[in-house]
Design a protein around this ligand. Sequence first.
Ligand code: NDP
Length: 341
Amino acid sequence: MSAMPSREIRLRSRPEGMPAPGNFELGESQVAEPGPGQMRIRNIWMTVDPYMRGRMVDRRSYVPPFQIGQPLDGGAVGEVVDSRVEGFAPGDYVVGPSGGWREVHLTDGRGFRKVDPAIAPLQTFLGTLGMPGLTAYVGLTRIGEAKAGETVFVTAASGAVGTVACQIARNRGCRVVGSAGSDEKTAWLLEEARIDAAINYRKTGDLQAAMAQACPKGIDVYFENVGGAHLRAALNLANPFGRLVMCGMIEQYNEAVPPPGPDNLILVIGKSLRMQGFIVSNHGDMAEDFLREMAGWIAEGRMTWQETVVEGLERAPEAFLGLFTGANTGKMLVRVGPDRS
Ligand code: NDP
């Protein structure tokens, strides 16, 4: 087989503040046949994730920044077209942390694993059974040490990480309260994810009062995806020896000047709180336990999820921008090519 044409989304310019469609451009390149130790993958699904906003800034971080004029990158699920990597053969379905934002890519296979569409639809390996699901698992169990009977509060509760965090906490016997940005989202959390209480933070005038009412025994584990007013209220409502799981702060990702931290941070001392950040890629050792427990919960009907699907690679920027306006319920995904699984 010869070179394959592949459309790709490139970073046209670095966004300032909220990104705009003009920061992206559609291009095309030719993807050569794999050399020794390489395989070529046709993407079926790609993910857009909030952390990609950080990679649009030219600064040192735990992942390298995207380069202007170059394709963006991220997780994707696809089908192996041809392979010179041991263990991977044409027709295999694979998920990996790179190669997204384009139709076809070459990889040495590092970080890639085969996925079985008989276990779950392919795109699930980018969401509930993928990086966001593992993030929820690590955050809630290893970092938050949530125990039965405790109150767990989750922000961005109806998103990819949030929905899994809510249900793991529920399955572990916690009282679970989630916050999300619409009545449809809070209804889903109550009816489908079966959590104990849900707050539409866009509608509550007094967020702290709403959180206090939903958490009459205070908060033992606060799973942070958002930051800002939620964090301030959580510090006020945290019980002694509470844990604040610092997973994300999406409210700040588009701020040119970082807002000041909460003015009540001093409470971590008197209440002996533990506030700990984490990056999921440092906790790969939990992946096996995660997949085992998730498979059990799914089989027992104790784990459900939603997806928001945007059709076509050319609309990937729109999907990405939607993360910052709450356009998604559950995992935000882009369908890049046909799924023949
Ligand atoms: P989501 O699926 O939760 O999508 C983002 C959601 O955030 C939106 O749907 C929206 O929901 C909410 N949101 C957006 N802007 C704001 C805002 N200004 N204020 C409040 N809510 C807002 O994304 P993920 O599940 O992929 O990620 C959730 C969080 O987890 C992010 O902060 C992300 O960076 C972090 N993360 C961290 C990882 C780690 O290793 N530490 C790994 C993966 C994710 P709504 O309608 O409810 O406002």
